[in-house]
Design a protein around this ligand. Sequence first.
Ligand code: AMP
Ligand code: MG
Length: 351
Amino acid sequence: MRARDREILLKLNKEVLWLFVTGSVVVATLVVLFLLRTPPSYYEYNGFTLGTYCRIYVSSEKINSKSLAEMLFTELDRIYKKYNANDPESVLSKINVSQDWVDLDEETFVLLDAALKFSNMTEGAFDPTLGNLIHLWGFDRLDEQDVRVPDSSEIEVALLHTGYKNILLDRQKRRAKLLNGIHIDLGGIAKGYALDRVYQIAKEVDPDCTGFVEAGGDIRIIGPKFGSRPWVIGIRDPDDTNECVGYLYLDSGAVATSGDYERYFTVNGIRYHHILDPQIGYPARGIKSATVVASTAVTADALSTAAFVLGGKNWEYVVLDFPKSGGHVLLVDKDRNIRKSPSLSVYEADR
Ligand code: AMP
Ligand code: MG
């Protein structure tokens, strides 16, 4: 090799070395900056609506997290007021008192249509027309004094005025008519619907916002913790507020639990709770809690109520067939046995 070539090679080597060193310094600085970056801070908003305690936990870098949380709470409350069967001014009450066809706004039509879809899917275990029965038991009032065990004859009469097939929906004219004096009660699905709406609004305001929103045991994930980690959700032990029977790791989607501990009263040692078996008009027996993971809160909410009703009759059907409709189930039965959909294991492992 000539002296000139050697000189060129040496110069080239030096340049490569220099590039390598500066490149490494830049990469190392970026790694350090990434590791030291402050995680987004979350704003927590607690409030009472939808007949339960609600918690909004959000973080946005686009808008003030507190303003976002307040905006989301306003939406929860709007839906509560619109579908509160106890408020004579609510949209739902106007449908319930009418003997004739009632024109529906688009949102109400979609919600009723969804409720009927879940009734059909669960052969009526989820039934949004139990208003008369729920009123008879007193579970529609927040006051503990109003609950009682009705006579069997009263239950028989109320049962005549229930049944999801008594809701007629006219798709063309976007209207509804209730037959046989039924009253709609959306307590088994409204929380889920409200949580999905909140998710939509949060994402419209800031597609990158993260957090979750919770309404009385139902949770809708808005985005992963700190943008990348799953949220860890404890499934409450139905017999002990402070214990969990399992944990779920969710970075999207929703989870809902229906439990016999949420609203109940006890007479002669028997617990009467708020989830009714539409076939008999009495609280569904055999299950203490039913948890459902799904991609939307509306599915998780409706299917958790249905899983609670059906779980005591045919738990194999619930854990094996509900996943086909998008709901992955965990049941705790009256003897504390835990029955799970095999597909639930995806959500039980930390990722
Ligand atoms: P959840 O806590 O989601 O299971 O909903 C329970 C609420 O749904 C009750 O307080 C009632 O308002 C209503 N509900 C009770 N039993 C049923 C049922 N079998 N199907 C649909 N909704 C029901
Ligand atoms: Mg429900």
